[in-house]
Design a protein around this ligand. Structure first.
Ligand code: NAD
Length: 352
């Protein structure tokens, strides 16, 4: 096999397995999902380049190459895509509700630049497949005003009215991906994630999302202590474990489905219920919740997985309880230095 640098896109000659010469770029590979995806692709024999503004914060780099590049810049995008066959485009300026609800112009500008430039660089390079990571945040505000919300189907995105600039930008970039297929023939895939959680994700600093923030708060109090939750805690969401997320993205990339697809679970829980499950995992059943003012996002959100099942013949299988065990243990270890006797991968195996 030639050295990696001599490979040409489309060259499938190899002597070591079906995927060895497929070269993949993961953008946002220093982030939460991107890092897990790189590990997953390496385990399947792909050659992987990771690109991000930063290295993974909590683990070693698994990628064959890792480049620190700001993908808002056109010249950096051309550098990032060189010689690759497939791109999983995960890079985004993002965070939990606290960040998303208060940085609209910054988020819209940064993410639009990243996606416009990365997708066009991919076109110029002749990249065969391009997966764009969208979000459940594209769904209209008017369908998510009750906690007991009807699960959101892909076609519910229109008439559009996302709550935040983050969602508006995702919606435009979804359209961009569909237009790049229609006009240039690029094989584009579009996934709408619904609240992904798991170990090795941001858990403090202001960009953390609800599951990681609650794990941190509960790890930091003793049983009988008190944690704060934004709003009345009766807002609802569904949550998807990160191993299922990367499996789903991979399956979507192999499929021939070019339209947006939900990727999440369809089990809706309130934020209070989520906190209670984490307390059980933490063996701190007596932690009290104090509700305070704070950004809550939409009142209710759930994924309709009908199309996911139809297109992929699969849906996420890890329960919230099973996924929260490794998530909580990992955050607790980071905060307290206490080590668990089981590894994250062992704990993540479903118990039933
Ligand atoms: P993350 O913040 O952990 O990862 C995103 C990565 O993009 C970060 O490492 C960040 O440094 C990088 N990035 C930001 N600006 C960049 C730039 N200019 N150039 C290069 N890299 C840049 O987030 P994540 O949870 O791993 O999310 C991955 C993707 O999935 C994002 O597009 C996000 O919008 C989308 N998404 C995630 C969720 C979720 O629940 N985690 C839900 C919906 C959508």
């Amino acid at each position: 096999m030639p050295p990696a640098s001599e490979h040409q896109p489309g060259d499938r000659s190899n002597d070591g397995g079906p995927f060895l010469t497929v070269r993949v770029l993961v953008t946002g590979a220093g982030g939460f999902i991107g890092h897990h995806l790189v590990t997953y692709l390496k385990e399947r024999g792909y050659w992987v380049r990771g690109v991000d503004l930063k290295y993974p914060e909590y683990t070693e780099v698994d990628a064959d190459e890792f480049e620190i590049l700001d993908l808002r810049r056109w010249d950096n995008c051309l550098q990032a895509v060189r010689g690759v066959d497939q791109i999983y485009a995960l890079a985004a300026d993002m965070g939990g509700m606290g960040f998303i609800s208060s940085n609209h112009a910054t988020i819209l500008r940064n993410n639009a630049l990243i996606n416009l430039h990365t997708m066009d660089a991919a076109r110029i390079e002749g990249v065969e497949r391009y997966l764009y990571s969208s979000s459940a945040c594209i769904y209209p505000d008017y369908l998510q005003q009750n906690a007991d919300v009807k699960p959101l189907r892909e076609e519910d995105a229109y008439p559009a009215n996302p709550q935040d600039a983050y969602g508006w930008e995702k919606l435009v970039s979804e359209r961009l991906a569909e237009y790049y297929h229609a006009e240039f023939g690029m094989e584009t895939r579009i996934v709408r994630f619904h609240n992904i959680f798991g170990p090795y994700g941001t858990y403090d600093g202001g960009r953390e999302k609800a599951p990681a923030a609650l794990c941190r708060k509960i790890a930091q109090v003793s049983d009988g202590g008190e944690i704060e939750v934004w709003g009345d805690g009766e807002q609802t969401r569904s949550f998807c474990y990160v191993d299922d997320c990367v499996e789903g993205i991979y399956r979507l990339m192999q499929s021939d489905h070019r339209h947006p697809l939900n990727l999440g679970t369809d089990r809706m829980v309130t934020i209070n219920e989520l906190a209670r499950i984490i307390m059980t995992v933490a063996e701190k059943p007596n932690v009290r919740i104090r509700h305070i003012d704070g950004p809550q996002g939409v009142r209710g959100r759930n994924s309709d997985n009908s199309r996911l099942r139809e297109v992929l013949g699969w849906e996420p299988g890890t329960s919230l309880e099973d996924g929260l065990v490794p998530t909580y243990r990992w955050i607790e270890e980071r905060l307290t230095g206490r080590t668990s006797t089981v590894s994250v991968r062992e704990v993540a195996a479903p118990v039933s």
